[in-house]
Design a protein around this ligand. Structure first.
Ligand SMILES: Nc1ncnc2c1ncn2[C@@H]1O[C@H](COP(=O)(O)OP(=O)(O)OP(=O)(O)O)[C@@H](O)[C@H]1O
Length: 426
């Protein structure tokens, strides 16, 4: 059992490459934490620093309350599983799984029993006497997992253990890993760039981008209530619709989000309206997940975005509709580029915001929203369509007008820096 604390941990490689930037994170005892992010964001470096395989160049790693920067890997009692769980080629499955027990000079009879038990749990009992060279990739990875688990370490570190397996095997093994590790209750740091793995396995997900921690929270928090546009865009398939909008706070009416010629209105009773008021006349990025859009027959009832159906894509269990709504779509890669490290969950200055909102309610903020919208500046713009899902294509033909009811409660608004306009608390 182990608690892991990363306190402003940084890594700059000898060539000057900054891989991790002031990463602060607490992983409580027994938690399954997934480090998620695109290739090169610093996940593996973070894991390797926790394992003691990579020197920490800034900050402190604490393991169970002890500063661990100077501890050797052996002193940390961690077990690590990599993409290609390297096995001893001349030892059988039994020999590989039992190797850590042999090293620890455990009682042979008891060891044999534990190896058999572990092999059974991993579906390997039929192949205990086979050599690694005769096993499939998935079987080899199971053996590597068994060898890591049997030591009963205080901490599991797993670096993309499933990435070299085919999709079906990945699904099976993912379920097994989840079950096994949870059953043992050992603190686990698991690196992946696969959002499905992260969402299904994690107690909490820490999302990294260019060495920075973007957000950390439960899978539901990260999906439904992401702290940044990057996180919103990184999770979810199809990807979230990120749209350029201009804010207009109007006394008596609420906050209007102008999206091209269309608009969504948040009433003043909406908690987000108070925060948005301080962005009056600013450009923001509105995030709407495809599942927060639902076709409706009535374009005048409630919050609705309308457009022309450009194309329908068949995805087996559903259709993906691309709808040209005359709304500018934002490329998340450009809106979310990090500038300064900032504590996750930091609340955007509430001071003065209520005052500004009130002044707007009383008669305006002194800046008017131009009637002609300026060219959008937040992020670069890529797609020209809204994406939504349909259960069936019945009744839909490309070119027709489509109206989408927007679940306003699920609309996310991000500022120029890619962070949420309204505070995200965890
Ligand atoms: N030994 C090294 N020397 C110099 N730079 C390195 C070294 N190892 C990694 N880097 C750089 O540090 C950054 C983070 O790499 P890291 O492997 O931690 O990312 P990652 O998120 O795990 O990526 P992937 O998913 O592709 O493995 C990258 O820009 C990488 O090129």
């Amino acid at each position: 059992m182990s608690e892991v604390v990363l306190e402003a941990v940084s890594k700059v490689y000898p060539g000057g490459q900054r891989a991790v930037a002031e990463l602060s994170l607490t992983v409580p005892d027994g938690e399954f934490l997934v480090l998620l992010g695109p290739s090169g964001c610093g996940k593996s470096t973070t894991l390797r620093m926790v394992a003691g395989l990579e020197e920490v160049t800034g900050g402190t790693i604490w393991l169970d309350g002890r500063p661990a920067n100077e501890l050797t890997p052996r002193e940390r009692n961690v077990a690590m599983v990599f993409q290609n769980g390297a096995l001893y080629p001349h030892r059988s499955v039994r020999g590989n799984i039992g190797f850590p027990l042999q090293m620890a000079k455990a009682d042979p009879a008891e060891s044999a029993e534990r190896v058999t038990e572990m092999a059974r749990a991993l579906g390997l009992e039929q192949m205990l006497d086979r050599l690694p060279g005769t096993l499939s990739g998935g079987q080899r990875q199971r053996v590597a997992m068994g060898r890591a688990i049997i030591r009963e370490p205080s901490l599991f570190l797993m670096d993309e253990p499933l990435s070299n397996l085919d999709a079906a095997l990945r699904n099976d093994l993912r379920l097994e890993i989840g079950g096994l590790v949870r059953g043992l209750g050992v603190t686990t740091l698991y690196v992946t760039h696969d959002q499905v793995e992260a969402l299904t396995l994690a107690d909490r997900i820490a999302v990294m981008n260019e060495g920075f921690l973007e957000d950390v929270g439960t899978p539901t928090q990260i999906y439904e209530n992401p702290a940044t546009a990057f996180v919103a865009a990184f999770l979810g398939a199809p990807p979230i619709n990120l749209l350029s909008a201009t804010v207009e706070a109007v006394a008596g009416e609420g906050v209007k989000l102008h999206l091209g010629r269309q608009r969504l209105v948040l009433p003043w009773t909406d908690p987000r309206a108070q925060y948005l008021a301080s962005h009056h006349a600013d450009e923001v990025v509105v995030g709407i997940r495809s599942d927060a859009l639902r076709p409706t027959g009535d374009p005048h009832l409630g919050a609705v975005l309308s457009g022309h159906l450009r194309t329908l894509e068949f995805h087996g269990h559903e259709w993906l509709a691309h709808i040209d709504a005359g709304v500018t779509v934002v490329d998340p890669a450009t809106v979310s580029r990090r500038r300064e490290p900032e504590p996750v969950g930091a609340v955007p200055r509430p001071a003065g915001m209520a005052g500004r909102a009130l002044s707007l309610l009383r008669g305006g903020a002194g800046r008017r929203v131009p009637a002609e919208r300026p060219a959008p500046h937040v992020g670069a713009h890529r797609r020209a369509e809204l994406l939504t899902r349909l259960h069936s294509r019945d009744g839909y033909t490309p070119g027709m007008d489509v109206h989408l009811a927007v679940d306003l409660d699920r609309v996310l608004v991000f500022g120029k820096d890619g962070r949420r306009v309204d505070p995200v608390s965890r």
